[in-house]
Design a protein around this ligand. Structure first.
Ligand code: ARG
Length: 461
């Protein structure tokens, strides 16, 4: 018989009971459920709502249950609808009437909201530390290849040469903002719903501030209906996960491209790639592809929860039971992807020569030649046209802009002088971009220093 079966004359359909249960998913928050119950019971006894003896029995009983769950000896009963029922049933079986007093002034509605918030804080915390670890590896990788030149792209067409370190640092800053988003999701979850009871609060003299303190929440939710009925903090967490997956997915797409024969910029280590069952020569960037692929499911988790919550009247509705799996899935997926990304980046080899050669191809010096003319007084739009003509003639001759002689250049414009020679190689072009946030080595060194400082501050989070 279910713990709530008092007013029932017939049994609920077994199929419906099993179908409506959340026990399997709830196991992820078993420890949080017990922590919530311990805090509630302690507060009840401090308020004189239950006796100290009852509290001692409850505390010892919950401790035993926690131990059994942790060492795998807890007797799970498939008939229990959720973790709250499972723990309460085991407690009552163990300690009798004292156990039956635990649920005084409490409902599963504020209980589940408490559990999920504690779980969300833990998930966010784990994600925050893996995010920092990945950013550490990104910085190390950028430092290791600090002056390697590569083509910078727009529309995936060669645009202007950039430093690989600069390119990698772009991802560092994206992941830094992801850290901020995850931290905000942590803060959103960090408020105590316990004491809201079913929906309206309770007539028992609960001390809600006390459970806030005991459970290490930083605030007490001021409205009982809101406390039991919203899951927006999970949306915050899933949004942060989805955005970070999107960032990883972009980097993975680049890893897939860079490790192809066409690019040949990097080789992934054996430890972080796979082979083909039929083509002996193959080494596939599977884990980059899979990370890119898993972005879809995390975005799906976010959309799914948004749609689940839309249109729910106040306060608790059973629909909300659906919110846990997606949140766990999004967080677990991102956590693993951070680890995979770290492994791939830390062990990949970079082919500087291939990158530098590619940085030369596709007339990546064109902007600089036009800038040269503009700096000598030619209106930029006119310079753009002159260089366009030069590119066309190079294309016909099968050479690069840097291969043109001074005579070739002077035939296009009398403004060209000897000082243009030797400035059109990719290194010089990259190093000329000295603006703050630009790709010149000096600017990147400043950026690296700033990035280290930001990461150090995030470690104090
Ligand atoms: N298993 C439920 C959930 O996960 C717990 C709360 C159920 N409350 C209720 N009154 N049926 O949301």
């Amino acid at each position: 018989m279910a713990l709530w079966s008092g007013r029932f004359e017939e049994n609920t359909s077994n199929f419906a009971l099993t179908w409506g249960a959340s026990l399997e998913t709830d196991k992820a928050m078993a420890e949080h459920d017990i922590a919530g119950s311990l805090a509630h019971a302690r507060m009840l006894s401090e308020q004189g709502i239950i006796s100290e003896e009852d509290f001692s029995a409850i505390e010892a009983g919950l401790d035993r249950i926690l131990g059994q769950i942790q060492n795998g000896t807890f007797a799970w009963d498939g008939a229990d609808e959720d973790i709250h029922m499972a723990v309460e049933r085991a407690l009552i079986a163990d300690i009798g009437p004292a156990g039956a007093r635990l649920h005084t002034g409490r409902s599963r509605n504020d209980q589940v909201a408490t559990d999920i918030r504690l779980l969300a804080k833990e998930l966010a915390d784990d994600l925050l530390s893996e995010n920092r670890a990945l950013r550490d590896v990104l910085l190390d990788t950028a430092e290791k290849h600090v002056d390697a030149v590569m083509p910078g792209y727009t529309h995936l067409q060669h645009a202007q040469p950039v430093l690989l370190s600069h390119h990698l640092l772009a991802y560092f800053w994206m992941l830094t903002r992801d850290h901020t988003r995850l931290a905000a999701a942590y803060d959103a979850a960090d408020e105590n719903p316990l004491g809201a009871a079913a929906l309206a609060g309770t007539s028992y003299p609960l001390d809600r501030e006390r459970t806030t303190e005991l459970l290490d929440f930083s605030a007490t939710i001021p409205n009982s209906l809101d406390a039991v009925s919203d899951r927006d903090y999970l949306l915050d967490l899933e949004y942060a996960c989805a955005v970070s997956m999107m960032h990883l997915s972009r980097l993975c797409e680049e890893i897939v491209l860079w490790s192809s024969s066409e690019f040949g910029f990097i080789t992934l280590s054996d430890a972080w790639s796979t082979g083909s069952s039929i083509m002996p020569q193959k080494k596939n960037p599977d884990f980059a592809e899979l990370t890119r692929g898993k972005t879809g499911r995390v975005v799906g988790d976010l959309v799914s929860l948004l749609v689940t919550c839309k249109g729910l009247p106040l306060a608790y509705n059973k629909d909300l039971q659906e919110c846990k799996e997606g949140a766990l899935d999004a967080a677990d997926t991102l956590l693993d992807c951070y680890v995979v990304m770290k492994g791939m980046l830390a062990t990949m080899s970079v082919h500087r020569d291939r990158m530098a050669a590619a940085a030369r191809a596709g007339f990546t010096a064109a902007t600089d030649v036009a800038d040269y003319l503009a700096k000598k007084g030619m209106p930029f739009r006119e310079a753009h046209a002159v260089v366009g003509q030069l590119v066309l003639s190079c294309e016909k001759r099968g050479c690069g802009l840097e291969d043109l002689s001074l005579d070739d250049l002077r035939a296009a414009s009398g403004l060209f002088e000897a000082d243009i020679l030797g400035t059109l190689d990719p290194e010089s072009i990259a190093n000329a971009r000295t603006t703050y946030g630009g790709t010149a080595l000096d600017a990147v060194l400043i950026q690296l220093e700033e990035a280290r400082e930001v990461l150090e501050a995030d470690y104090l989070w």
